[in-house]
Ligand binder design. Sequence first.
Ligand code: F3S
Length: 423
Amino acid sequence: MILNQEQQELLDGKKGAAMAKVVKTLKMYGDCFDAEKMVPVTGDHGHLVTSFGLSVLKPVYEIMDELIAEGVLAKQSFSVDPRPTEKNVPANFLQNVFFKVMYSKQNMYEQQLSKLGLMDESAFTCTCYETEVGNQPRFGDVLSWAESSAVVYANSVLGARCNRNSGIIELFGSIAGFVPYFGLLTDEGRKADWIIEVDTTSKPEAQVLGSAIGMKVLEDVPYIKGLDKWLGTELNDAVCDYLKDMGAATASNGAVGLYHVENLTPEAKAQREELVKEGAAVYRIDDAKLARIQANYPVIWKDPAAEPKMCFIGCPHLSSLQLKEWTNSICDMLKQHGQKKVAIPTVFTASPKVAEKFRKTSEYQSLANAGIVLSSICPLMYMNNPLCGKMPVITNSNKLRTYTTARYYRDEEILEKLTKGGV
Ligand code: F3S
């Protein structure tokens, strides 16, 4: 890789040993992918995936200490993924003890993050691109992010440019202010290897469609046809929510970092089929395929017939509109079933700023009256330990299903389970 003079000087130690290591790491990373040069990061803010003070992450804390001691701070302030726990999320005595031990470095780590350039105390969310949070990249911005659900959203829906980086590497890009130029940063890397033909008789469930696409194309770029029939051609709030959830499933059930939706997402609208590589493979998705995919999700509960003990909605975090819609649907269904409260302890997760805004609305009181907790944790962090992993948890998130023991149900199935009573 050819570095410019300024980058070379940094590598040679002009700004100290810690900065030299940052640049050396970025160069090695770029060399792995045959990157020819570095390009400036242009987004206003970074985003970090490592949000949790896990006691075993000692090397991460040492890196942070070294950077802070040498004053090597992020050029851009950054948001960070959600916190792992919060007091209002139901947990028994043993689980609480476990969380305390497991995340014993949380406070210390958050202090490190704020010294390094954390946007503010409420910047803990994976949906940093929601307008309330204030970290929404512009079309064409080059980013240094790693959170897979945020990367795929920024690339596909906003038209920003970001590779699927790993944790800490993304921080190094924010510190140096440049990243290696390869993959999804290049015009060629943003072209589609696959044409996905959506041929369903109704609007497909976002989470299952994303799962089907991700499992087929893995890390390739798909160009999705036929979805504009159900979503229209404008990126309004509801459509963005759909694409957020579909994208998170493509990124976790596969490793998709960018998708295009014909007549809808910005690059597909501008370039149309010029975005599709010659000889792209074709994959058709119909109702039967989606049903088969969902039926094949493994159920890894110890007792598959167990009654659910908990339900998580909001992985990735819910938007303002989704919070409102879920609340209204649950309240309507509770009324229909003659119930007052949900039958399963339920947690909705949304970014601290979206949650704060929602707490001021009349719908929030209805949500609380239905017995639902509104939190800003990451459900995956909550679930990923032996005690919570044993619990029969249900979710409408394909990402949470993929990485934990949680069992997936479609939105209408979850609604029925929560509101019918008698569980
Ligand atoms: Fe967000 Fe955690 Fe899910 S980071 S996408 S809530 S796994």
